[in-house]
Design a protein around this ligand. Structure first.
Ligand code: ZN
Length: 441
């Protein structure tokens, strides 16, 4: 999707008609020739590539609040008599914690909503929590679920498949496949936690079940390790998906023990997010391959209290700056795009951000600093025609403005094709042999 300057007037005209959110169908290569064929100036032949090449601004996504924060809790068994405080909690204590979230104004959201927010697809409230249960215990079904229903909270189950009843590690306290299916039918999110719940790093002690069922302690390296790792990471996902007819996109690492190789295998398996047990507030920019969860233990109630405090008091202090995703501002050039001129027109549409105080709009361009922008309050468009050649092969733009007393800010970066940039900047839109590649982020 390159910008051709000769068609800018047309694009500008299009912009007015497109400022309502609408489906952008031009994701693929199909040039969505939305415009009526304008009287072709000169090129009567009407070469196909002269059509406006799908430069339509992408405004299908809502503006998500990038200042929101999420804490994720990890629970295990719910029992009245605590014997293993590291992984157990009483139902009463659990229920009290669920209530505390409500009382603290923290919204419990689903894992899939968290991920949709991270993708910039869905907004979430400013302070959220996600509840997860690990390992697949019967008490999660029998005790935890009814409490969650009482609050109307969504939650996620992280299951290791051999630990489900009937599996080689699924004892009498384990959840059954039927119970999992019941949860699935009622909207509970079910995700992966390996096959046998062990340290996934190469060369670490693990237990392997011998053909006779006897379990032996061993360490695996090389090809046998890789084969085993596949079963743990990929096989678990496949089994859950096949057995329950679901899509699994989350992977909780047992004990939080992993490394780059494990991450890579998980990514290749199609997991969108990986979870550890190193609790921390999740922000919009937290990497998805190491999302920390707070593991709640019966004898460490402070972990819960502190986690709530971490996001509960974040609104005090310095003036907050709300980060707005560049994708939501229909920026030109787009984030990650490569343009063929060192003198681009830079544009963003702030109409989705809210009421903007006109005098507050500012644009910074790397290599240039603050530039004199023009801002059209009617369309919410802020623009600047670069007049001094950009020297680097990438350019970062920061647009900021005040909206309802709050500062909002968007950053994005586009590339400059050095070879093409040497050419006259405002050259006519000669059909390029191949459309400039748009780098995906
Ligand atoms: Zn576990």
């Amino acid at each position: 999707m390159m910008i051709r300057f000769a068609i800018l007037p047309l694009l500008l005209a299009l912009n007015f008609s497109m400022c309502k959110r609408q489906e952008n169908v031009s994701e693929g290569s199909q040039p969505a020739s939305a415009s009526p064929p304008a009287p072709a100036a000169g090129t009567a032949g009407g070469a196909p590539s002269a059509a406006p090449v799908a430069a339509s601004p992408k405004i299908t996504k809502p503006v998500v609040d990038q200042t929101a924060q999420v804490i994720i809790f990890c629970y295990h068994r719910l029992v009245d008599k605590i014997r293993y405080p590291g992984t157990e909690i009483t139902p009463a204590a659990f229920e009290a914690e669920m209530k505390q979230l409500k009382d603290a104004g923290i919204t419990v959201i689903s894992m899939q909503d968290l991920l949709a927010w991270k993708r910039g697809e869905k907004n979430i409230p400013p302070r959220c929590a996600v509840i997860t249960f690990d390992d697949g215990w019967k008490s999660q079904y029998e005790v935890g679920w009814p409490i969650m229903k009482k609050f109307g909270y969504p939650f996620t189950m992280f299951i290791y498949t051999e630990g489900v009843r009937g599996g080689s590690l699924g004892g009498g306290e384990a959840i059954t496949w039927e119970q999992l299916a019941d949860m699935r039918d009622n909207g509970v999110d079910i995700q992966a936690h390996t096959a046998t719940h062990q340290d996934l790093r190469e060369g670490h002690n693990i237990m392997l079940a011998a053909p006779g069922g006897k379990r032996t302690r061993t360490k695996l390296t090389g090809p046998p390790y890789e084969e085993w790792l596949q079963k743990e990471v990929v096989g678990c996902k496949q089994l859950l998906e096949q057995r329950l007819g679901i899509k699994v996109n989350c992977f909780a690492v047992p004990f939080g023990n992993y490394n780059e190789h494990v991450k890579e295998i998980a990514r290749n398996a199609g997991y969108e997010a990986m979870f550890t047990v190193y609790g921390q507030p999740i922000t919009f920019t937290s990497p998805l391959d190491s999302i920390g969860r707070y593991a709640i233990e019966a004898n460490k109630p402070k972990v819960f209290v502190d986690a709530v405090k971490m996001i509960g008091t974040s609104s005090g202090g310095a003036a907050a700056v709300a980060e707005v995703g560049a994708a939501n501002l229909s920026t030109q050039p787009a984030d990650g795009e490569t343009v063929r001129t060192a003198l681009p027109l830079i544009k963003a549409n702030l109409s989705g951000v809210g009421a903007i105080e006109p005098g507050s709009v500012q644009m910074r361009v790397s290599g240039l600093g603050v530039v004199p922008v023009s801002y059209d309050p009617k369309t919410g468009t802020v623009s600047y025609q670069v007049t001094q050649k950009l020297r680097e092969n990438s350019c970062t733009v920061i647009v900021s403005a005040k909206s309802e007393g709050k500062k909002v800010e968007a950053h994005w970066t586009f590339g400059i094709d050095a070879a093409a940039a040497g050419a006259p900047a405002l050259a006519p839109a000669k059909p390029a042999p191949t459309p400039a590649a748009t780098t995906k982020k």
